[in-house]
Ligand binder design. Structure first.
Ligand code: ZN
Ligand code: ZN
Length: 236
């Protein structure tokens, strides 16, 4: 694991997310104290979210810190196997444009099914009813590839974090699935997180993606300023 993953934190939540406690200014201060070169301010959205302009304005109003690049993002779940993303269409349309968020963080908070998101409980029930592990992974990979293509400017948040919640692991992900994910990430310029909070993806996935040319970035998924840039697992 190259040490430079820890020089950035590409996934930091603020009070614009209802489950986080620090302001963007507090997170900026923490990033400076941690000596980071890059911090990406990210908050949770759904299709109905209206706060994104206020969030982007708050980040834009932060004082400049020498040597620290501040980026933005919105985190949204992948809804179904066609790659629909749970974010306001105008936010997705503005990605990378002046006044828009820089990237959308695509999250596997639920399993993107053919008919919409399946909660971990639903996935476990379907597994007990005979759904194969490979089919669960197939849904996730196909949906993620489609979402990357739809978004254009994405970052994969904590890839495969759903698997332990449904009784599976990265060992259930085939090399072919990883190669499909990597090819789509490279083609779309999608970055992939190595996520401290969820401790994923593991070494096999990271190495295979990196070997295919995928850009990996470090992230803590901090929900309070004290966790910004604090890595125990990433790079250890
Ligand atoms: Zn998440
Ligand atoms: Zn997050």
């Amino acid at each position: 694991m190259p040490a430079d993953l820890r020089r950035g934190d590409h996934h930091v939540h603020s009070t614009f997310s209802d489950d986080a406690v620090s302001t963007p200014a507090e997170n900026l201060d923490a990033a400076r104290h941690a000596g980071l070169e890059v911090v990406r301010m990210v908050d949770h959205v759904r299709v109905s979210t209206t706060y994104v302009p206020d969030f982007l304005a708050a980040v834009a109003a932060l004082p400049a810190v020498e040597g620290l690049r501040v980026l933005t993002g919105v985190e949204a779940k992948i809804l179904d196997v066609t790659g629909r993303i749970d974010a306001p269409p105008e936010v997705l349309a503005a990605l990378g444009r002046p006044g828009g968020a820089d990237r959308v963080l695509l999250a596997d908070h639920q399993l993107p099914g053919p008919d919409g998101p399946w909660s971990p409980r639903v996935v476990r029930e379907r597994r007990e009813a005979g759904l194969a592990a490979a089919d669960v992974v197939e849904l996730l990979v196909v949906a993620t590839v489609a979402a990357m293509r739809a978004a254009g400017r994405a970052q994969l948040a904590h890839p495969f974090s759903i698997l332990p919640k449904v009784g599976l692991s990265e060992e259930d992900v085939s090399d072919e699935h990883l190669d499909a994910l990597a090819a789509a990430a490279v083609a779309t310029g999608t970055t992939v997180e190595v996520n401290e909070k969820w401790r994923c993806p593991g070494p096999r996935v990271r190495e295979r993606l990196a070997a295919a040319g995928v850009v990996l970035v470090g992230s803590t998924d901090a929900h309070e300023a004290g966790d910004v840039g604090v890595y125990r697992w990433v790079g250890a």
